[in-house]
Design a protein around this ligand. Sequence first.
Ligand code: 4AD
Ligand code: MG
Length: 476
Amino acid sequence: MKQSIKEILKGKPIGTEVTVCGWVRTFRSNQFAAVSDGSCIQTIQVVVDHEATDPGLLKRITTGSAIIATGTLLASQGKGQDVELKATHIEVVGDADPEKYPLQPKRHSMEFLREIAHLRIRTNTFGAVMRIRHSLAYAIHHFFHERGFFYFHSPVITGSDAEGAGEMFRVTTLPLNKIPFTPEGAVDVKKDFFQKETNLTVSGQLEAELAALALSRVYTFGPTFRAENSNTTRHLAEFWMIEPEVAFFDLQDDMDLAESMLQYVISFALEHCADDIQFLKERQEQEEASKPQAERSPMDLVSKLKFVVDNKFERLTYGEAIEILKNSTPNKKGKFQYPIEGWGTDLQSEHERYLVEKHFQKPVILTNYPKEIKAFYMRVDEGEKTVSAMDILFPAIGEIVGGSQREERLDVLTRRMEEMHVPLEEMQWYLDTRRFGTCKHAGFGLGFERLVLFVTGMSNIRDVIPFPRTPGNAEF
Ligand code: 4AD
Ligand code: MG
């Protein structure tokens, strides 16, 4: 295997012959090509002997062209790099017509880049985001593996609605122009591929619970789908979720696991993606400089990440949070779009962000929400008003993790499912875990893109997944 630019820049084999394969970012003075191969944020400078090179070839070394350059690695005289490649042979293997190539060496808007998502991966920003995304995924697997968890694969196509919110994408092979109906006028699902109604999963949790009651510690890490019509900077219709599930765990254990996992993966990124994070930090600082003072974030990206790694998260109940919010200045001054009237209201992201960014100024874990606003599987607390739920709230993001202790008591669970109109007949397999060898257990779901959003400091979730799916958008 040829050496990557990252390996060459690290090993610095000065005086030896090396070959660089990559794409030209810029070509200055018909002499200095900055070449990237995506292995790291840095480019390598390829010095072209323009007098000895065919002018026809020189003209083809343009932004975006693919080249293979061989030569001697030398200590660089110029500013900005320690080493450079003095090319003895250059081949342009893929031209990029400068008249037509949409990426130019200047700053493009995020909106424009979303339209050319197939090419935006070649920019510094998206290269950095994709490398960090990879490292976070790796760190998550590492974290769980080291702690004896098994990676469990929940199905993508399922018949159940784990969250009971009805926000599902239907999976069918029925012809849309000739849908078969039953004599009663309903869609005849017996004629469909699976002979039943199916959809893309909104969460792998229910199947992970089955596995936890056999393997004790498991986690899923897969794509999940939500047909919610939310056009926000934090919602995707297709996103990746990490869902650990642990037998004999209660809510406290669950929070401890989530907090230590977040701190572990963020410190992993700080250590292993330092150059990319530094690049994004500087990028963010330039962006901040153009904002009014009041909207600027008080901490730079690196300090913000270190802060989360070094400080314990604040834990309080939903009820305590409501009291804080009710008495808060923005609530009293009518600044919240959704005023807090009292116990029972669902929290909006403006409330979550107030708690995290203004009141506590650190990540917050809220627990024991009213049972009416949470899913059927959460364990009912004593007093029957609340459930053993927990949400972790992060600065700039709001909810990053949602989890709970699960209802392990068959009678209580059955009653809750009936109350919430969850189809009991179709969920017998789920209830079997409570019938046979039930035990307390807990788990949570971490939205992977929200984590990547936090670690990269990007401002829109569409810019931390290669090809975002949102209402009206499923290009590429
Ligand atoms: O809070 P949610 O809906 O919880 C569940 O799905 C549970 N089954 C998890 C569990 O206990 N195993 O989603 C979990 C997390 C959220 O906290 C958020 O980070 C992310 O998934 N999330 C989304 N991320 C991007 N786009 C969306 N539309 C999201 N919906 C949820
Ligand atoms: Mg949630």
